[in-house]
Design a protein around this ligand. Structure first.
Ligand code: G1P
Length: 297
């Protein structure tokens, strides 16, 4: 029996160069989607799945992220004095959300290296990894399902999604075998960002993982791969071939995912999530329809 998973690891040491100049002084994780930083959606997802112990693997210039999950005493006392309970609760939301911890990555040697930095905090238990570029719709339950598959099959689990064949070079791509569960596959191969036209499938690893602790010694031995970085994908390929460590399975996700790591997708994520909001949605939808007509003219 595996112990229940309680910890989430969120790598947040990237430089966010795709969003310059916005990310010159602001961590990319703090970019707002509607009115909440991207990273808060991700922490909320971990907490919904029962993982309230959150470790951020950060780098330099991430103070704004740390402040976001801390008390904002001055702001709170001003709002308290004004009796503005509604805004006060919005300030407190992120403070009370999770039990957060930080470790620095130091050298930016890749995602695998970032995950390895979590070893001392995680110890000898399984844990989840959530990448901040992806938001999974709160109405869908991807991480919960991955935790269930991990429990049932004592395996490491990655989230997979079918992507357009023209997009496979942006992801880790899996080769898989079917199982008796419709949404679960056994991973037999993995390749990080295959060159265009060489992908073995169009099943892409999206940014959610539930990993057995056996991944740590494997990561330690993993040589730099694609881009000269220590790739989590390469370590998972080794684990996939190791039945004694439980192998690797994939949960094929068919729900709503918003990619915020790319500028165009980031804009789309803002529009889609704002359309679903009761306070903004009705007005935005009406305006979008009118605007779309104007585009046709
Ligand atoms: C990382 C992983 C890749 C995965 C992707 C999901 O790449 O290395 O395997 O498919 O996240 O978003 P990144 O997008 O950080 O370059």
């Amino acid at each position: 029996m595996l112990a229940p998973v309680t910890k989430a690891v969120i790598p947040a040491a990237g430089l966010g160069t795709r969003f310059l100049p916005a990310t010159k002084a602001l961590p990319k994780e703090m970019l707002p989607v509607v009115d909440k930083p991207v990273i808060q959606y991700v922490v909320e997802e971990a907490v919904r799945a029962g993982l309230a112990d959150v470790l951020f693997v950060t780098g330099r210039n991430k103070n704004a992220l740390e402040n976001h999950f801390d008390r904002a005493t001055e702001l709170e006392s001003i709002l308290l004095r004004k009796g503005d309970d509604e805004r006060l609760s919005r300030v407190a939301e992120s403070t009370d959300l999770a039990n957060v911890h930080y470790v620095r990555q130091g050298d930016p040697l890749g995602l695998g290296h970032a995950v390895l930095r979590a070893r001392a905090h995680v110890g000898d238990s399984s844990f989840a990894v959530l990448l901040g570029d992806d938001i999974i719709d709160a109405r869908d339950t991807l991480l919960e399902r991955m935790l269930e598959v991990h429990r049932q099959r004592a395996t490491s689990v990655v989230a997979l999604m079918e992507v357009d064949p023209g997009q496979t070079h942006l992801y880790g791509i899996a080769t898989v075998e079917r199982t008796d569960d419709d949404d679960v596959v056994r991973v037999t191969g993995l390749v990080e960002k295959p060159d265009p036209g060489t992908a073995p499938s169009n099943l892409a690893v999206v940014g959610r993982y539930v990993l057995r602790p056996e991944v740590f010694p494997v990561l330690e031995r993993t040589e730099p791969g694609r881009g000269g970085e220590i790739q989590l994908t390469d370590a998972l390929l080794t684990l996939a071939g190791d039945a004694s460590a439980g192998g690797v399975h994939g949960v094929v996700f068919r729900g709503r995912r918003y990619d915020t790591g790319d500028r165009l997708d980031y804009i789309k994520a803002n529009v889609m999530l704002a359309c679903d909001r009761p306070d903004l949605g009705p007005d935005l939808r009406a305006w979008l329809k009118e605007f779309a007509q104007r585009l046709d003219d």
